[in-house]
Design a protein around this ligand. Structure first.
Ligand SMILES: [Zn+2]
Length: 76
């Protein structure tokens, strides 16, 4: 799975959690919050620098902020 796909996956889970909380009302607060946390956890676990393993963060650029490696989002 490429970095781009991993990022999209975690963002989808996170957005699903937020949508659940916003649209499904109070009863869905707990499961919605769980989805948001799961999305964040997926991002931290999966969206990492291929070289040094640092989390690329909320706003990843072309280069790793930790080691300066150029990030290839399409590499598998
Ligand atoms: Zn790095």
């Amino acid at each position: 799975m490429s970095l781009r796909k991993r990022r999209r996956l975690s963002m989808c889970v996170l957005a699903g959690g937020i949508a659940t909380m916003v649209f499904a009302g109070e009863a869905a607060m707990a499961p919605g919050a769980l989805l948001v946390l799961a999305g964040l956890a997926l991002d931290v676990l999966l969206v990492r620098c291929p070289r040094c393993g640092a989390w690329l963060g909320n706003d990843p650029g072309e280069f790793c902020k930790n080691c300066g490696t150029e990030i290839d989002y399409k590499a598998k």
